[in-house]
Each structure stands twice: as structure tokens, then as C-alpha cells.
Design a protein. Structure first.
Length: 575
């Protein structure tokens, strides 16, 4: 059975195609349209790409699952009177609006989104079979189920947190004795007045206050936080609390008031101190909330998802300061991961929890985009001034890295989620701190954004103080840990100012080329890690197609590209 999951929210739209419990393809809309965090409509480009990867068509899809995102007004069947007339006029004028199913469900206090939706017209307009099943999924439940599915836990606390979805900003679920209980954050939230409680939005508003873009530049705030002091935290923290049930609360009347407070709070302050204060607030209250819920549940396994958990420093503190045996952060933790969770909810509703739990599998990799295969070598061979190096892909790449060159690796399918994990990564030697400035300058990035190391999983203890509970998360670069003191001066390009790093631990079976380059560099230099940063310029999505890769090479973003067959260097970088 082919199941297509779709997220059409205002940002991070995307699609996932699954054959029963096996994901065939997962694609973010931004990678297709080249518009960062693209959303606000049906992600038809991402859908088409998923189908093309699997070699199937729209008529082959058996079920379509939708989040409560943006859809053309023609599909909403509940509009009456003036609202219906306005939309009819707009359609005639070619100015039809997209409307949010979440907002409409809240406005009409309706939990059954299908009852407000023209299923037949939607399926026909987009080319699906008329007998295809159609269902809607809950935002935070999707976050949680995507996390749980990629574990083998018998008991767990599943905690989600983000800027908001389906009228809640958090959810708390407990798996115990084969039962999954929702403590907070289910569909009933659509019927309640909004809670003004989102620390994710506080972080986003602080991002705006520093002149950056919300839902896009929160990572800049995290980078700046390491350079400041949380001297402003208490004034903001006075408005928040964690209640006895582990729910975060505030005394702000609404989100406009909260946003204005944060903007005023940050006015005239050092940007590093604003960032450090927002970071400290987030860490303190999430730690307290999750800690209380762990005591209630008695679980020692913690599953995390939602945009808040893109914050790797927070994840480290949760793993190392709370009584847990394992933490797993779903790698597509932002709304990019919702479509996959929606598919899993559909299967859960169809099959029941007992069977669903038996189908779970630990996540091995995220190479779920298109694998262009030999097309990348064809494109590079035709590019002017690009020279193929002799000796296969690994040895020349190791040699080039030793001379300070920045080499992009282009292999397998594009990664699902926000991290580049060895399919569309830029590699560099970690022993020179100045590589951060030079490479950030070439990519047009902020000077304070840190890089991350990639290392073989078997070398983790050699380089890092990485506790057992963090190792699964570290496969996907979703958590920080301490770098061992004697290595901090040897790999300065990937060490944060507090002595931590955000490692990716790799296994050869998942990506042999990537693994062998890291292994070869370690054998040649004694340094068992490389810089891994995403293959994209500032404000651009991660590189997808061969043409985009070639353009980046010719634009001097990088010095060369390594593929499954060869290292390709610009002629002026060769020799």
C-alpha cells in the first residue's frame, strides 16, 4: 500500500512516500523550489519528486494523509454567507486564497477536518484516484509518533515542543505496558483558548529582536548565546512557570503582548547577552518540565521532536542532567518531519498499537531524496575548468583535505531534515581554526556560526566525552557533547567556545564513501575527524541537483567535489 504524507504548513512544507512501513522518499519543498523554509501551499514539487524517486504516479497512491495546513479555499465546504461569496469572487478574479485548516477547525470548534473538506474535489484536482483514502493528522502527535517509531523502547516519555501546531505548543505522551497515553497536547487543544506558553516563540521573537528571521535563523541565536551572559534572563523568566503537571505557563494575555515584551526586553542590549538569556530561559524551563514528567512516568527513555529540539545544547543538558538511559531526537525535528509522522499515524489507526510497535526500526540513515548516481559525474565532466583527479575518490580527497581544500561530498540521496549528513556535506580539515572564517566567508555565512565534526562511531570515545544515552542521537548530529581536553586544540574548527561539539557518528554500512574518507584522513594525519558543514550558501537550501552542485563549484563556494567514482577539482585548485 502506497501512502503519501503531505505537510502544507506556512513553513517547512514537504512530502513523504511510504510503502506500508518503509519510507521510499522524503523531500522538503525548499529543496525543490530553492526557497528557504518554503510553505503555505500544497508542496506539489516535493510530491512529484517523491513519486519520481519511487517510480510511481499519482494514480498508484492508495492513501493521502494531510496536516492541518494551507489549502485553496475551494476545498473548504463549511464556508457560508459572506465568507463563501468572498471566496467565489476571488476565484473568478484569479485571486483565490489559501486558508489554514487549523484556523478553520479552531474557528468552528470542529475536530473532524474531513467534514469541512471537499475530499472528492481535492483528489480529482491533484490527480489522485477517486477511491484513494484521505485522512488528516494531528501536528504534535505526528512529531511524537515519528520519534517513537525509530526506537525499540518498551517505555518512554515522548515530549514535543515548537512554535505551535493545532493550537498547542507542547505535547506529553507516555508509552508503558503496551499502551500509549496522551497526557497533554492532543486534538482537544483545537477546542480550547490558546495557551500563551511557547518558549519556542520566545526564542523566535528574540531572533527577530536581533534582526534575524523567525523560523529560519534561530541557529544564529544559539551560536551567539555561547558568546554572551544570561544577565537578562530573570526579567523574562518572571513571567513563566512550570506547573505540577509539567506544563509551561506564562502570564502574558496573548502572543502579540509576548512578542512586544521580548522586543522591548532586547532593545539596546548586547546581542550576545540577549541570545544567552533566551537560551538560558529555554534550557531552564524545558529541563524542569521534562524532569517533572519523567518523575511522573517513571521512564528512563526520552523521545524528543519539534523545532525546539533543533537546539543541540538543550538536548545535551536533557541527556546528561536528567535520569535517562537513552535520548532520541527525531532528526527531521522541525515541521519537515511532519509528513513522515502523518504516515505513521495513518498506519497506527489502521493496524492498532500492538502491531505498529512490532514494525518499529532504529533509524540508520536519512538519505531519502533522489540519488542522481552517475549524473553528477556527467555534469562535472562537462563543466568548464573542472578536472577529474586520478586515483579513485578516497585517496585524492584525503590529500586535498590535507592541503586545506574544502571538498563537497555528493553521493546517495539528499538528506531528509535540516542537517547535511554526508550526502550533501562540505568536508574540511578540522585542525585550522581559520577554516571557519574562510569557509563562512565563501558561503556568505555569519562569522559566529560553528562547524560540526564527523567521526567514525568506533572513534567516538577517542575524541569525545559522549555518554551512552546520547550516542543514538549523535548519529544524526542532534546533540552536543564535551570534546576531550587533549583534542580541543587539535580540532579547533569544530570546538565551541564552551569546549563542546555537535558530532555526527558514522557507520560504514550507511555511507561507505563518507566513512572511508574520514577513515583515510585519520590514517594519514592521526586526526580522526573532519569538518562537516552543510553544502549550501547562506540563505539557500542544501544543494540537491547536479547542476546546483556544479554551480557552487564554479562560484568558488568549494574547491572540489567527491563522488562515488572520483574527486573533481577546479583547474586552479588542482595540482
Amino acid at each position: 500500500m502506497l501512502i503519501l504524507g503531505i505537510h502544507s504548513g506556512n513553513h517547512d512544507a514537504g512530502a513523504v512516500l511510504a510503502d506500508e512501513y518503509r519510507i521510499l522518499a522524503a523531500v522538503a519543498q525548499e529543496r525543490m523550489t530553492r526557497r528557504k523554509t518554503d510553505g503555505g501551499r500544497m508542496p506539489v514539487e516535493a510530491i512529484a519528486e517523491c513519486l519520481a524517486i519511487a517510480g510511481v504516479g499519482l494514480q498508484d497512491v492508495d492513501a493521502v494523509v494531510l496536516g492541518r495546513g494551507a489549502f485553496l479555499s475551494r476545498y473548504f465546504t463549511h464556508l457560508r454567507g459572506g465568507r463563501a461569496a468572498e471566496q467565489a469572487v476571488r476565484r473568478l478574479l484569479g485571486r483565490e486564497k489559501h486558508k489554514s485548516m487549523e484556523r478553520e477547525a479552531r474557528r468552528y470548534a470542529c475536530l473532524d477536518s474531513l467534514s469541512m473538506f471537499d475530499r472528492d474535489r481535492f483528489l480529482a484536482d491533484y490527480g489522485f484516484r477517486p477511491d484513494a483514502d484521505l485522512a488528516f493528522y494531528n501536528h504534535h502527535r505526528s512529531h511524537a509518533m515519528a520519534t517513537l517509531f525509530h526506537t525499540d523502547w518498551d517505555d518512554a516519555l515522548l515530549y514535543t515542543a515548537d512554535g505551535g501546531g493545532d493550537n498547542v505548543q507542547y505535547s506529553h505522551r507516555i508509552l508503558r505496558d503496551g499502551e500509549l497515553a496522551t497526557l497533554y497536547g492532543g486534538d482537544e487543544g483545537l477546542l480550547l483558548p490558546p495557551n500563551v506558553d511557547s518558549l519556542g516563540l520566545v526564542y523566535g521573537f528574540a531572533t527577530q529582536a536581533l534582526g534575524f528571521r523567525i523560523n529560519r535563523h534561530e541557529g544564529k541565536l544559539t551560536g551567539l548565546a555561547a558568546l554572551g551572559e544570561p544577565v537578562l534572563k530573570d526579567r523574562l523568566a518572571a513571567h513563566f512557570r512550570v506547573d505540577g503537571e509539567g506544563r509551561i505557563q506564562s502570564d502574558f494575555p496573548d502572543y502579540p503582548a509576548l512578542r512586544q515584551f521580548v522586543l522591548d526586553w532586547a532593545q539596546g542590549q548586547k546581542r550576545e547577552d540577549v541570545a544567552a538569556s533566551a537560551q538560558a530561559l529555554l534550557e531552564e524551563y524545558i529541563l524542569e518540565a521534562v524532569g517533572r514528567l519523567l518523575r511522573v512516568s517513571g521512564s528512563r527513555r526520552l523521545g524528543l521532536s519539534g523545532g525546539v529540539f533543533a537546539n543541540v545544547r538543550l538536548n545535551q543538558r536533557l541527556a546528561e542532567e536528567l535520569p535517562v538511559d537513552e535520548v532520541f531526537v527525531y532528526p527531521a525535528m522541525s515541521d519537515q518531519g511532519l509528513a513522515a509522522g502523518g504516515v505513521l499515524i495513518y498506519l497506527l489507526e489502521r493496524d492498532g498499537l500492538a502491531h505498529w510497535l512490532t514494525q518499529r526500526q532504529r533509524l540508520q540513515h536519512l538519505y531519502l531524496g533522489r540519488d542522481y548516481g552517475a549524473a553528477i559525474d556527467t555534469a562535472l565532466s562537462a563543466a568548464p575548468g573542472v578536472v577529474r583527479q586520478e586515483g579513485g575518490p578516497v585517496a585524492p580527497t584525503v590529500a586535498a583535505l590535507q592541503t586545506g581544500r574544502a571538498i563537497a561530498i555528493y553521493t546517495r540521496g539528499m538528506e531528509h531534515g535540516p542537517r547535511a549528513l554526508g550526502a550533501r556535506s562540505i568536508l574540511a580539515a578540522p585542525g585550522r581554526a581559520e577554516i571557519n572564517d574562510s569557509l563562512n566567508d565563501r558561503l556568505g555565512r555569519s562569522e559566529f556560526m560553528p562547524f560540526a565534526p564527523v567521526a567514525k562511531a568506533s572513534d567516538a570515545d577517542h575524541l569525545f566525552d559522549l555518554p551512552p544515552q546520547s550516542r543514538y542521537a549523535a548519529r544524526f548530529m542532534t546533540i552536543t557533547c564535551a570534546v576531550k581536553p587533549d583534542w580541543r586544540s587539535r580540532i579547533p574548527a569544530v570546538v565551541h567556545v564552551d569546549g563542546t561539539a555537535r558530532p555526527q557518528l558514522i557507520h560504514r554500512d550507511d555511507n561507505p564513501l563518507y566513512h572511508d574518507i574520514v577513515d583515510g584522513y585519520g590514517a594519514a594525519t592521526g586526526v580522526k575527524a573532519l569538518v562537516n558543514t552543510s553544502f549550501n550558501a547562506h540563505e539557500e537550501p542544501i544543494i540537491d541537483s547536479p547542476a546546483q552542485c556544479v554551480r557552487a563549484l564554479l562560484d568558488d563556494r568549494i574547491d572540489g567535489v567527491v563522488t562515488e567514482t572520483a574527486l573533481w577539482l577546479r583547474a586552479d585548485k588542482s595540482g
